[in-house]
Every structure is written in structure tokens, then in C-alpha cells.
Design a protein. Structure first.
Length: 422
């Protein structure tokens, strides 16, 4: 199993390119299942989660080609299976995104339940209730969600009880081919939901309001959908992670090909931490002017509030910042596993229910640590940059699910980091 070996580094200095957004690309790839034609998707990040999605679509009989620039071409005209099997869903929950498209286009879908998850229970009740509201018969048996709608789905008004990103995406995709109009209330407003809607509209769907809490979908006929070329938006979480790498090491880091308007909350917190932030087109530069960061208070919540996917990285920042910072996690009930690993590196963190209070130290101490989920592993890499001596981060397969070439990009900024096999 690969590990990352990291020495105290910094101040980081330089520029990295932001990759395409994982959480936009995965639903867009699933959305290709709605379109009986060939679709080209560009700015696809080279990540394990993308490979898993491509394997899943391939297993269903989609014809897929990927060129050297990670432009993915998908043709789902001749599918042979409408099943998402356990072995793929258990490695990546986002596989559940094929549920809505399969059901809408073929009137039938079988998707494995994903099982446990390191960051919370993450049930799929809202996905299931949404498909039922559109007229599908949905049963959960043998560990699978089995759904059918032999006469097609029918539009409805649906109010989701919790804001859910993939739930909104799944129901929106299903409604794209339902008869009549669907209104989705309490929708997730994340930029990735909007990107999926933009992609589907470019294929001929009729979706309005994506990016707000009410999405209206006028169902179209499957033959109204056609192929297109589309480019995924930049990854705001990857961009934010490299900016925190700059802040934590008191450096100066530019991320280019980013989407600054989607990162306002993250950038505000970095300013509060003492960073000078300048934006020029799609480039963002963070400059700490050599200063130690100040601790920040954070409450995570759905977009446009502070993203849960940046919580762990800011916790790393708080461990070496001046003062005391409080982080409240409201989206997932068990997303503090990185805190215990940071404590093994000498961090002063008190955990109580969904609140973590850190008192910043000048430096952490290197130690062997273990990644427990994707963003937790990124936060441990950040912590390692400001830890005396050497830190070995184990189980980095988590990081490869969501960060393209992280060690190369960090090395480009001057970090001392290498991948160790075995
Ligand atoms: N929830 C329910 N019932 C449902 C669905 C969700 O109770 O049917 C609850 C969840 O348990 C959670 C809350 O709703 O407490 C929000 O979860 P959400 O459904 O929004 O999460 P998700 O769609 O499974 C996506 C991202 C996550 C990101 C969250 C929150 C993708 C592929 N994944 O997950 O990304 O943390 O939204 O923003 O888009 C990551 O990239 O590291 C990652 C975990």
C-alpha cells in the first residue's frame, strides 16, 4: 500500500493548476446514461473515483474512450446491464448516481446499497423517496435498491427533507426524462449541481433554477437528448486545499484555472486567517507575507456556506495558528477522525460532539499517521508540512480518489514529499 513521506517544508511558493472538479465530473459521467448518443467530457481529473465510474459504465456496456488529455467519450446507445454491483458501489458511494438516469431512461435499475462510511451514516432515503415521488416502485432487498417504472416516470413537486448534493442530482437526472414538470424544493445549491444541470441542458434537457434551492425540470423525451462536448468546472476543494498549504506554511501560492466565485466562503476564512488574497481572472494568489496564520472559527453547512469538504484542512491550519479556533461540523456526524491523528502529531484539540476546539502551537511533531477518508488525508498532508521531522501518511488510497498528482503539485510549490510503495 502506498504511503506519503513528508518533511517539514516551506514557506511554499509557486503556482499550481487546478484540476476539473471530482464532484462535478462524477454526476456528469453518470448523466451520460440519459443520453442515447456519444458525449465528450473534458477537464476530467485523473482520479481513482473517475476510474471507478468509468469501470461501472463500461460494465454496463457503455463504449468509452479516453485520450491523453483525459477527454472522455462515452456512448451509452447499447447498454447490456442496468445494475451497479456492490463491489464498485462499496469503493465509491457516488456510484449511486447511476440510479436516477437508469430508471428514467430504461424504466428499471438495480443499485447496491453502499454500506458504512467513515464520515457518517449517509443514508439514501431521500434518493429513494424522490424516485417513489416520480412514480417508481422502489424496494430495498438483498442489499440492493431495486426500482422499476415500466410506464415511465411522472413529474411531481418534491421537497427534500435534508439538503443533499447527490440526492438532488439523482432526482434531477431522473426528472429530466419524466412526463411533465418536476419542482425540487430544498435542493442543494452547490456549483457542482449547477454544472450537471448545464451539461444536461446542453444535451437537450430543460432544467432551470439549478444553483438555487428550487429547481424546475420540464421532462423531455429521450430522443430529444443528443450528444455534446462539455468541460467540467474547476475543483474548488482542490484549489482551497493548495491555498491552505500556502497559508499553513506562511508562503505565497497561486492556483490557476480556478473558479473564484465558487470559493467566496473559503477565501473569506483565509483572509480572516491573515492571508492577503488577490484574484485575477481565474487565478487566485494567497500571500501570508511570512506571517503565522491566525486561528479561525468555522461552521460547516451546505453551499453557499462553508463546505464540509474543507473542514479538515482548516483544522490543520488551526493546529499551528495563533490563538484558539472552533470548528463545528453540521453536515456529517463523524467527520473528525483526522483530529485524533493530528493529536498524535502533538496538536492541542478538544473534541466534544460535533465541535473541535484547537489551540494553535508553533509547530507539530512528525509521526506515522493514518488517513481515514479523502479530506482527512489531505489535512494530514498539510499538517505534515508544519511538523518537525518526518511524517508518514498511510492509507493514501483515500487521497488518490480525489487529488490528482498531489505530491507532484506540492513538490512544484517546494514541499518535501514523496510517495513510498509497499
Ligand atoms: N442524507 C440523508 N439522506 C439522504 C442523503 C443524504 O440523510 O438520502 C444526509 C447525509 O447523511 C448527510 C447530509 O444529508 O448528513 C448531506 O449529505 P449529501 O447527500 O449532501 O452528501 P453526498 O451527496 O453523499 C456530496 C459529495 C461529498 C460532500 C457532500 C456534502 C459527491 C460525489 N460527494 O456527498 O464529497 O462532502 O456532498 O457537501 O458530490 C468529498 O469529496 O470528499 C466528499 C465526501
Amino acid at each position: 500500500m502506498d504511503k506519503l513521506l513528508i518533511q517539514r517544508s516551506g514557506p511554499l511558493n509557486g503556482c499550481v493548476r487546478v484540476s476539473g472538479a471530482k464532484n462535478a465530473t462524477l454526476p456528469i459521467l453518470a448523466g451520460c446514461l440519459l443520453v442515447p448518443d456519444s458525449v465528450r467530457i473534458a477537464n476530467v481529473p485523473h482520479l481513482n473515483d473517475v476510474t471507478t465510474t468509468v469501470s461501472l459504465l463500461g460494465r454496463m456496456g457503455a463504449k468509452i474512450t479516453i485520450d491523453e488529455h483525459m477527454v472522455v467519450e462515452i456512448d451509452t446507445r447499447n447498454l447490456t446491464s442496468l445494475v451497479a454491483p456492490y463491489e464498485l458501489v462499496k469503493t465509491m458511494r457516488a456510484s449511486v448516481l447511476v440510479f436516477g438516469p437508469l430508471l428514467a431512461r430504461f424504466g428499471c435499475a438495480e443499485v447496491s446499497l453502499p454500506g458504512g462510511c467513515a464520515i457518517g451514516a449517509r443514508p439514501l432515503n431521500i434518493h429513494i423517496e424522490g424516485m417513489r415521488a416520480l412514480g417508481a416502485d422502489v424496494q430495498v432487498e438483498d442489499g440492493y435498491i431495486k426500482a422499476s417504472a415500466p410506464n415511465g416516470l411522472v413529474g411531481a413537486d418534491i421537497t427534500m427533507s435534508t439538503v443533499t448534493v447527490t440526492g438532488t442530482e439523482n432526482i434531477m437526472m431522473a426528472a429530466a426524462l419524466a412526463k411533465g414538470t418536476t419542482r425540487l424544493f430544498n435542493s442543494a445549491c452547490e456549483p457542482e449541481v449547477e454544472d450537471l444541470a448545464n451539461f444536461l441542458n446542453q444535451c437537450g434537457a430543460k432544467i432551470s433554477g439549478a444553483g438555487t434551492s428550487t429547481i424546475t425540470i420540464e421532462g423531455v423525451d429521450v430522443d430529444d437528448l443528443h450528444g455534446t462536448s462539455y468541460s467540467a468546472i474547476p475543483d474548488r476543494i482542490e484549489a482551497g486545499t493548495y491555498l491552505v498549504a500556502g497559508a499553513i506554511t506562511r508562503g505565497k501560492v497561486t492556483v490557476r484555472d480556478a473558479n473564484p466565485p465558487s470559493m467566496l466562503n473559503i477565501l473569506d476564512k483565509l483572509r480572516e486567517a491573515g492571508a492577503e488574497i488577490s484574484i485575477e481572472g481565474d487565478s487566485i494568489t494567497l500571500d501570508m507575507k511570512g506571517k503565522r496564520p491566525k486561528a479561525v472559527d468555522i461552521v460547516t453547512a451546505p453551499y453557499p456556506d462553508f463546505p464540509t469538504d474543507m473542514q479538515a484542512q482548516f483544522m490543520a491550519l488551526n493546529t499551528v495558528a495563533e490563538g484558539k479556533g472552533t470548528i463545528v461540523e453540521t453536515v456529517f456526524e463523524n467527520r473528525f477522525m483526522h483530529a485524533n491523528e493530528m493529536m498524535r502529531m502533538g496538536a492541542d484539540i478538544k473534541l466534544e460532539a460535533n465541535t473541535a476546539v484547537s489551540k494553535g502551537k508553533e509547530l507539530l511533531k512528525g509521526a506515522p499517521v493514518m488517513a481515514t477518508d479523502l479530506r482527512a488525508s489531505a489535512s494530514l498532508v498539510l499538517a505534515a508540512l508544519v511538523a518537525e521531522g518526518e511524517t508518514m501518511v498511510d492509507r493514501i488510497y483515500h487521497i488518490d480518489r480525489g487529488y490528482e498528482c498531489i505530491e507532484e503539485k506540492l513538490r512544484q510549490l517546494g514541499a518535501s514529499i514523496q510517495r513510498v510503495s509497499g
